[in-house]
Write a protein that binds this ligand. Structure first.
Ligand SMILES: Cc1ncc(COP(=O)(O)OP(=O)(O)O)c(N)n1
Ligand SMILES: Cc1ncsc1CCOP(=O)(O)O
Ligand SMILES: [Mg+2]
Length: 479
């Protein structure tokens, strides 16, 4: 008897001991996306994220026995297939799924080569696989894989041959041309949907292809249609790639909320309000509080930020940041030098530094900060002992010089910034803004609207400044 519950997703894939790719990575993805994972192991591999040494294929009899048992016991909604020894075994697996559980959708991720260069298959061709495509609900090759199986290198024909039999998601993650990160989903009848990247991430992370196809399987299992599943899984994979700390740094340099409050409780209330409203980068800045209060509040702020997926950095306090496991610090001229902070906090910590002049930026950059807080833009009561106000002219001059010097360290603006200032400030080439008063309800006297509205509007302004609209899907009919 089949055990009745929903969203069973089966991965039929190899074991990667470092779990970046393969069966265990698939299971993590399936579980993270609300599915229940089942697995059949097709190979034991000796690899990590940098090197691939050996592949020991599982006896096909064991694969088929395990598969039969699982299909007889669970209502498998989607089966995702990764590395398989050869097309004959693939064919036997797919046929068994069709016979025992005809309602199961099959996604085949045709992995021909590992990211580190190990070749699983040569001499596969679209023609020799046509019966396999007929039985799949989706195949997900990347561009190199499609080129390898296209007869006479004719990619257009390969696309048309495969997509006349089953939908084809052509992945652009590993491309080095303008199509990098763009995936195209081809359906029958020459309809395709182009899935544009939300951002080009310069990472070819081990296992990202597995995460994408396991993600599609999981969303399909939850009842989304194929296009929706591809869009959602692409977004999930983007976030998975961002979990690489180096990328996370870049993504968060856009809007920073600097906390303020009369008491530790008020700081935490304001931080929570910003996080609930979609803020993703918080700086805890507590002046005139005891070390103990700052330490306790920082621990609570870290818990709030973790809950909402926000990055937390601490103003001045390197030891507090280290003690509570914050993501980094913002350092002023009287704080620990950035290099010392880096030694204490490690290579992945976000370290920001305060600048008022071009010379400050030059020095801070040499000292290894990740971003610069340049200001003040205008007078503000939030900070005592303000440096000279820069205004729009000051920002324009500094940013122009940085561009001439081809310096591309992220520079964020700070100091008395209102909603209206953001557009003009971003036009100078500034990459983001840090605000306190604008996102603190009691201080936002001149700008009505909720914190959520404010963050949404600031996000729009930042996206607008970053270039063309970020619409991520275009559906077209090819001639
Ligand atoms: C993003 C950002 N930029 C500048 C500052 C100012 O920092 P600092 O010079 O350390 O002054 P205080 O904030 O400590 O008064 C900042 N905190 N954040
Ligand atoms: C911390 C700091 N450093 C320079 S200006 C400033 C205060 C920013 O707060 P507000 O956005 O309320 O002016
Ligand atoms: Mg400081």
């Amino acid at each position: 008897m089949k055990i009745m519950t929903t969203s069973y997703v089966l991965t039929i894939a190899g074991h990667d001991p470092c779990s970046g790719a393969g069966m265990t990575a698939d299971l993590s993805t399936i579980n993270a996306l609300g599915g229940t994972g089942l697995s059949v192991c097709t190979a034991l591999t000796v690899q990590n994220d940098l090197t691939f040494e050996q592949c020991y294929w599982t006896d096909p009899g064991i694969i088929l026995d395990q598969l039969q048992l699982l299909l007889n016991s669970y209502p498998v909604r989607v089966a995702k297939i990764g590395i398989i020894e050869n097309p004959d075994i693939l064919r036997q697996i797919i046929r068994m799924i069709h016979e025992v559980s005809p309602e199961t959708d099959i996604i085949w991720d045709p992995v021909l080569k590992s990211g580190s260069g190990y070749t699983f298959h040569r001499n596969l061709s679209v023609g020799g696989l046509s019966d396999i495509f007929e039985m799949c609900s989706l195949v997900t090759p990347n561009y190199d894989e499609l080129r390898a199986i296209a007869e006479n290198g004719n990619i257009k024909k390969a696309i048309s041959d495969i997509s006349s039999r089953c939908p084809l998601l052509l992945k652009g993650g590993h491309r080095s041309d303008a199509q990098k990160g763009t995936d195209i989903l081809y359906f029958k009848d020459a309809i395709s949907a182009t899935l544009l990247p939300r951002n080009i991430l310069d990472v070819n992370r081990h296992g990202s292809g597995c995460v994408l196809s396991a993600g599609i399987a999981s969303y399909l299992a939850r009842g989304y249609d194929l296009l929706q599943s591809c869009i959602l899984a692409k977004e999930y994979t983007y976030r998975f790639l961002l979990a690489d700390p180096a990328k996370r740094k870049a993504e968060h340099i856009a809007l920073q909320y600097i906390s303020t409050g009369k008491s530790p409780e008020e700081h935490l209330q304001h931080i929570q309000e910003v996080c609930i409203s979609g803020g993703k980068w918080i700086q805890l800045r507590m002046k005139d509080h005891t070390e103990r209060e700052i330490f306790d509040t920082a621990g609570k702020a870290r818990d709030i930020c973790t809950r909402y997926g926000a990055v937390l950095i601490i103003d001045d306090g390197v030891s507090v940041a280290r003690a509570i496991g914050a993501d980094g610090v913002h350092l002023g001229n009287n704080d620990l030098p950035p290099a010392e902070a880096r030694n204490i906090l490690g290579p992945e910590a976000i370290i920001g530094g305060t600048a008022n002049t071009l010379e400050d930026i030059d020095r801070l950059q040499r000292e290894g900060v990740d971003y610069i807080g340049l200001g003040p833009f205008r007078f503000t009561t939030t900070k005592k002992n303000l440096a000279p106000v820069l205004g729009l002219d000051g920002y324009s001059q500094i940013m122009e010089t940085l561009q001439q010097l081809k310096t591309n360290i992220p520079v964020i603006a700070i100091g008395g910034i209102t909603l209206r200032d953001i557009g003009p400030i971003l036009e100078t080439g500034i990459s983001g803004i840090a605000v306190s008063g604008l996102l603190t309800p009691k201080q936002r006297v001149t700008t009505p609207g909720s914190t959520k509205d404010m963050i949404r509007m600031i996000g729009e302004l930042i996206r607008h400044a970053a270039g063309p609209s970020k619409q991520t899907t275009e559906i077209v009919k090819h001639q």
